[in-house]
Each structure stands twice: as C-alpha cells, then as structure tokens.
Design a protein around this ligand. Structure first.
Ligand SMILES: NC(=O)c1ccc[n+]([C@@H]2O[C@H](COP(=O)([O-])OP(=O)(O)OC[C@H]3O[C@@H](n4cnc5c(N)ncnc54)[C@H](OP(=O)(O)O)[C@@H]3O)[C@@H](O)[C@H]2O)c1
Length: 257
C-alpha cells in the first residue's frame, strides 16, 4: 500500500508513536523513528520495522528546541533522501490547572505540541517535490501530514490546561496548513480519546474513565493506526480530524471538576 514511501514519525519509540511506525512499516513504508530520550526503544522499533523488509533509521532531538527540530528533519532527509509522510505524535502531557499555568509551561507545551509540528510541516513542505503548489500532483505523489490531537480539543479539561491549549493550537495549524499546502500536501489529524493510560497511570485509570464515553470502553492502538492509514491513503480528504474517542466529545463536561 505504501511501498516506495518514506515516513517520519515523531515520538516513534514508544506507545502510540511506535504503533504508528509499525503500521506504516507493515503497509510497506520506509520509516524514520524520531526519539528524544528513548534511544534503545527507538532502535528496537526500527529493528522490527526492518524485519518487515522496509528501511528504517532513527533520529534524536528535543522538539522544545527550534534548532534541534530543524536538525531532526535534516537528519531524516540525509537518511532517506526525502519524506512523503510526516506523523507528529510526540507530545508532553503535564497535569496543571489554568490558574497555575505560567509562561514557562505554556511555552513548553506550545513548543513541543504545536510549534515543533508546525516547523516540521514547514520543512516537509519546503522539499523540492512539493514546490509546485499550483499544479495538483497525481494521487500517488501527494504528501501527507498527520497530527495527533486529542478529543480534549472539543471540551475543557481543567486538569491539563496548557496541554489542551497547545492541542487546540495544533488543531488550528492543521486546518490552516491544509489550505496553505493544497493541492500538493494533505494535512489531517487523528484525535484519540481513551486509548492508553497517561504515563504513570495503570489500567485502572482506563477502567475508571471508560464510562465517560458513550461506547463505555477504551479504544485500541489499532483504532488509532487504522484512522492514520485511512487518512494517508485517501486522496480527497484534507483539513479533517478523525475522532477516535468512542463518541466522547459528544458528552459535554467530561473531565470532572
Ligand atoms: N495515550 C492516549 O490515550 C492519547 C489520548 C489522546 C491523545 N493522544 C495523543 O497521541 C499522541 C501519542 O500519545 P502517547 O500517549 O503515545 O504519547 P506519550 O507517550 O505521552 O509521548 C510520546 C513521545 O513524545 C516524546 N517527547 C516528549 N517530549 C519530547 C520532546 N521535548 N522532544 C522530543 N520528543 C518528546 C517522547 O519521546 P522519548 O520517549 O523518546 O523521550 C515520548 O515517547 C500524543 O500526541 C498525544 O497527545 C494520546
């Protein structure tokens, strides 16, 4: 399905990002696994991609840094010669109410969760292959950017204010870039709900929260990766968000007081 394509996945060493790498490799894409601190895990993810017969490499960098974010993309280009698919999955998720969110936290969340995806998108779009913005390429030549959002963008999660603001910002960036980069590049997003417990929480967290969505269960990582592959392989969808949230966004105030 994606043979001959190359994907860069940020935060690809673990959890949902690693599953995105695996799904892309299983679909035949060569992959670049970005990581920050999980070097060994990134190597393992790349190894298991190679075992599927695709090319796979790793790049390290801190997405809070503009310089390192630029270096991540340059290294990915050096490894591969060109990127066809960019998946912005890396994220921070600090717990913090709005009343305590200072400039430092607001800025860090914005940098990692919104500005770095924007910068990577700009670098992605500046590749020569997408330079001709006026003439639509054939379907197989379309570039793809997919951003990982969060169903929280539709509601007010009082416990993760700076994170929620940054994801709303990434939602707006997704819509804006879908206009700016058409017709050569599609820009879409997946907004998961309850998939994995936050780091530091166990399965009990998911059990406790499952009742807050109409489907009364958690989603699986495969629910997220099938939305990802769908968005990448369709040719007429851009500026779209697929909510993989069991209908959670429809329920109104969901995150408690
Ligand atoms: N888990 C869920 O159920 C859920 C629900 C809603 C939305 N989402 C969204 O889906 C995406 C993936 O979720 P997840 O739970 O798998 O993510 P995660 O485990 O919280 O984080 C993914 C990766 O982000 C990387 N990262 C964090 N800070 C970084 C920095 N400064 N520079 C570079 N990389 C950095 C980390 O890489 P290293 O390990 O290499 O340091 C980490 O492995 C996120 O965008 C999240 O907001 C997830």
């Amino acid at each position: 399905m994606l043979q001959g394509k190359t994907a860069l996945v940020t935060g690809g060493a673990a959890r949902i990002g690693a599953a995105c790498v695996e799904a892309l490799a299983a679909a035949g894409a060569d992959v670049v696994v970005h990581f920050h601190s999980s070097g060994q895990e990134a190597q393992k993810v790349a190894e298991s991609a190679r075992a599927r017969g695709v090319r796979a490499g790793t790049v390290r960098g801190d997405l809070a840094s503009e310089e390192q974010t630029r270096a991540i993309f340059s290294s990915a280009l050096e490894l591969t010669g060109g990127i066809d698919i960019l998946v912005n999955s890396a994220s921070i998720f600090p717990g913090e109410p709005l009343g305590e969110a200072g400039f430092a936290s607001l800025e860090e969340n914005s940098r990692v969760n919104a500005w770095a995806p924007l910068l990577l998108s700009q670098l992605f779009a500046s590749q020569k292959r997408y330079a001709d913005r006026e003439n639509a390429p054939e379907a197989e030549g379309l570039g793809n950017i997919v951003n990982l959002l969060d169903t929280r963008i539709t509601d007010y999660d009082r416990h993760h204010a700076a994170y929620s603001l940054s994801k709303r910002s990434l939602f707006s960036i997704t819509r804006m870039l879908s206009v700016e980069y058409a017709p050569a590049i599609k820009v879409n997003a997946v907004a998961p709900g309850l998939i994995l417990p936050p780091r530091g929480e166990g399965p009990e967290y998911l059990r406790r929260m499952a009742d807050t969505n109409p489907m009364r269960r958690c989603g699986s990582i495969a629910d997220v990766t099938s939305a990802l592959l769908f968005l990448i392989t369709t040719t007429f969808i851009t500026g779209q968000v697929i909510f993989v949230d069991g209908g959670r966004r429809t329920r109104g105030s969901m995150y408690g007081t």
